[in-house]
Write a protein that binds this ligand. Structure first.
Ligand code: FES
Ligand SMILES: [Fe+2]
Length: 419
């Protein structure tokens, strides 16, 4: 996994010759066969973020995640030693799903001392060990030490809980994240615990939605309500301050000015009244500025959007952040998860600022999501397969290339001998 240096001035794309500058194909987003390979090559081998540590606050706190792309359900639980572990959600007796409530496909969370299977009552402790078998004497030389829950690799970086379905991951989590992401080691995500969550089931390949958040070329056109009128002029340019690529991961930084400095015509009335909006509360509590936040040295810095391959995005603003995850459910559908995270409100006004930011953001994301069915349907006509990308769309080029590279590498490693 190569690491690429910080780009100099000039064309971003040409600085990364591996990407090329020619038109790209989006067959990786329309082909059912490609998706089947992607499940194995990408989703069963990359580190996947499934939770934050705040979601598992106590010994015995657990949650389940249904990960369709890996055809798996996973239990994540905090043990008596405070360590977070992950297991396949499968009872070792006759394979019943171990942890679920009313509907087996719905994710659940809670706190327990042990897990008890609904079917025949086998029990497992928080380390996944089998601790009780009903009528154990009737089994035939049952060695209970061999029937603990099947583990899934699990590790935590700066409060983000990741799993890896590969029994022997090619990289530790830190190695996988690499220097561009671990430069955020000292960003205090743990202080931003007030969360507003939402989820959407979208009719597009997961990468097609991710693409909408890795370029801002579409902003003046699609989000015309949210940008200043100067940006909407036909010959105006709307450019990002800094793009960077490191191994399979990407980032884009944008300049930003806090809104109270901008012309009032730019705002929704509710933003003026509440002093909050799309870019969050106008003022946020003092938050440690990690060196990793602005590697391009943008002045004035506004947002950096970190895209951690394959399906995690963390957008960090001044003193709050936004997280997206894209979970494929088929070659042309995905589940989109998003949340905004703020310092806990100290006053009613702050609470209102957070609610407004969360709602305005949802409107913005819906504008992007509204395009998806159209893009996916037209790509699936299959009549065009060469799409030109501008320099501002370098990260789109990179995401699709990385997905294809991982699939090609997997295919080469699993090709029948002699072929
Ligand atoms: S399937 Fe779980 S106890 Fe039998
Ligand atoms: Fe957008």
């Amino acid at each position: 996994m190569g690491r690429w240096p910080k780009p100099p001035e000039g064309s971003w794309t040409e600085h990364y010759p591996e990407l090329g500058t020619g038109p790209v194909s989006f067959r990786d987003s329309t082909s059912p066969e490609f998706y089947e390979l992607e499940r194995e090559a990408v989703f069963k081998r990359a580190w996947l973020n499934i939770a934050r540590v705040e979601e598992l606050p106590r010994v015995g706190s657990y949650l389940t995640r249904e990960i369709d792309a890996a055809k798996s359900s996973v239990i994540v639980v905090k043990g008596k030693d405070e360590k977070i572990r992950a297991f396949y959600n499968v009872c070792r007796h006759r394979g019943n799903k171990l942890v679920w409530n009313d509907f087996p496909n719905e994710e659940v969370k809670g706190t327990c001392r042990q897990f008890t299977c609904k079917y025949h009552g086998w029990r497992y402790d928080l380390k996944g060990e089998l601790t009780f078998v009903q009528q154990e004497g009737e089994f035939f030389e049952l060695d209970t030490s061999q029937y603990g829950l099947k583990p899934v690799n699990c590790d935590v970086w700066n409060g983000f809980v990741f799993i890896n379905f590969d029994p022997e991951p090619r990289w530790s989590l830190r190695e996988y994240l690499g220097p561009m992401i671990t430069a955020l080691d000292d960003y205090p995500f743990e202080l931003m615990t007030e969360r507003y969550e939402f989820e959407a089931h979208n009719n597009s390949n997961w990468k097609i939605f991710a693409d909408a958040f890795q370029e801002y070329y579409h902003v003046p056109s699609l989000h015309s309500q949210q940008v200043p009128s100067a940006v909407r002029q036909p010959n105006a340019t709307f450019e990002c301050g800094h793009f960077q690529i490191d191994g399979p991961h990407r980032l884009v930084s944008t300049a930003g000015t806090r809104r109270w400095k901008l012309a009032p015509e730019y705002m929704y009335p509710v933003e003026r009244v509440t002093r909050s909006g799309l870019v969050g509360p106008w003022r946020t509590p003092e938050t440690h500025f990690s060196a990793g936040l602005n590697p391009g040295g943008i002045e004035p810095w506004g947002i950096t959007n970190f895209q951690i391959f394959p399906n995690l995005e963390i957008l960090i603003y001044h003193g709050w952040y936004l997280l997206y995850r894209y979970w494929p459910t088929s070659h042309n559908t995905h589940k989109f998860e998003a949340y905004t995270a703020f310092h806990p409100a100290r006053t009613v006004r702050e609470r209102v600022e957070h609610e407004v930011a969360a709602v305005v953001l949802k409107e913005f994301a819906l504008q992007d999501a509204g395009m998806l069915g159209g893009t996916q349907a037209a790509l699936e006509y299959g009549v065009v397969d060469e799409f030109p990308l501008s320099d501002q769309e370098i990260l789109v080029r990179h995401l699709h290339k990385v997905a294809v590279d991982w699939v090609e590498e997997y295919k080469a490693a699993h090709a029948p001998v002699g072929v």
